[in-house]
Ligand binder design. Structure first.
Ligand code: ADP
Ligand code: MG
Length: 254
C-alpha cells in the first residue's frame, strides 16, 4: 500500500549545517507516528519541509505517492497537510475563535458581500465563528472562544493552534512539541485529543519531548540524530534501543 507520506533521501543544508541528511521513511495512513531526537536533530526542519514552509536541498517528499516537495505551504494545506508551530503563531489581539476562523476555508464571504456589507456577510461570519467554536471544543477549549488569544495560558494557546490546524480539514497533521508548557492535566487531554484524531482517520506526526506521551499515543517512532534517521519501529522496542538511548544521553552530556 502507498504510504500517505514518504520521504526519500531528503536533505536540507543551511550553509555548512546539514539539518537533514538523506532522510528516508514512511508515514502510513491512519497512524500516529512519533518523530523524536535530541535538540537540533532536524525535527522542526523536517516538519517545515513536509508542510512547504521550507524546501529540501535534495530528495523527494511524496504525498500519496506524488511528489510535493517545493510546493508552497498554502497549496500543501489544500492537499491536506496542516501543522502547528513549535513557537506559537497566533494573533494575540484576536479572540481564540477568530484565530481559528482565519484558517477555515468555508463558508467564505465574497468581495461583494464585504464591500456592500450584505446581510449575507454577517451570516457567513457567524457560521465561521460557530464552526471555529466547534473546533476549539474538539481541541479541549470549549469556553474560551471569546477570549483574546494573548490572554490565554500557554497550554491553551497551544490548543488554539491545534484547533486552527484542524480548521483546514487535514488528512495529515504535524504537531511540533504540542505538550511544551502544558500542565499534567492538559497533557492528559492532549493524549485523548490525539487518539480521537486517529479514530477520525487523521494521520498524525508528533514531535514531542514528553516520552510518556510519545509512548502512550504513538503507533511507531522515527528517530533522528544530527539530521540522520537512526532508528524506526515500535515505541516499546525503541525505548530500549542502545542507539536511541545513546543519542539522548549524548545530547545530555553535551
Ligand atoms: P530540532 O527541531 O530537532 O530541535 P531543527 O530542525 O530546529 O532541530 O534544527 C536542526 C539544525 O538545523 C540545527 O543545527 C539548527 O541550528 C539548524 N537550522 C534550522 N533552521 C535553520 C535556519 N533557518 N538557518 C540555519 N540553520 C538552521
Ligand atoms: Mg524543533
Amino acid at each position: 500500500m502507498t504510504p500517505l507520506l514518504a520521504l526519500r533521501g531528503v536533505s536540507r543544508q543551511f550553509g555548512g549545517v546539514a539539518a537533514l541528511s538523506d532522510v528516508t521513511f514512511d508515514v502510513p495512513a491512519g497512524a500516529v507516528i512519533g518523530l523524536i531526537g535530541p535538540n537540533g536533530s532536524g525535527k522542526t526542519t523536517l516538519m517545515n519541509v513536509v508542510s512547504g514552509v521550507d524546501a529540501p536541498t535534495s530528495g523527494a517528499v511524496l504525498l500519496d505517492g506524488a511528489p510535493v516537495h517545493g510546493l508552497p505551504a498554502h497549496v500543501l494545506a489544500r492537499r491536506g497537510i496542516a501543522r502547528t508551530f513549535q513557537h506559537i503563531r497566533l494573533i494575540p489581539q484576536l479572540t481564540a475563535a477568530q484565530n481559528v476562523a482565519l484558517a477555515l476555508r468555508r463558508p467564505q464571504a465574497g468581495p461583494a458581500d464585504i464591500l456592500l456589507r450584505l446581510p449575507r456577510l454577517r451570516r457567513i461570519e457567524a457560521a465561521r465563528l460557530s464552526r471555529a467554536e466547534d473546533l476549539l471544543a474538539r481541541a479541549g477549549l470549549d469556553r474560551h472562544g471569546a477570549v483574546l488569544a494573548g490572554d490565554l495560558s500557554y497550554g491553551d494557546r497551544r490548543r488554539v493552534e491545534i484547533a486552527r490546524a484542524l480548521a483546514a480539514g487535514p488528512r495529515l497533521l504535524l504537531l511540533d512539541e504540542p505538550a511544551a508548557g502544558m500542565t499534567l492535566t492538559e497533557r492528559g487531554a492532549l493524549r485523548g485529543l490525539i487518539r480521537g484524531l486517529r479514530a477520525d482517520g487523521i494521520t498524525v506526526v508528533l514531535v514531542e519531548h514528553d516520552m510518556d506521551l510519545v509512548m502512550e499515543v504513538c503507533d511507531e517512532l522515527r528517530v533522528l540524530n544530527q539530521g540522520r534517521p537512526i532508528a524506526a519501529g515500535l515505541p516499546a522496542v525503541l525505548r530500549r534501543d542502545p542507539r536511541v538511548i545513546e543519542a539522548y544521553l549524548g545530547a545530555e552530556d553535551a
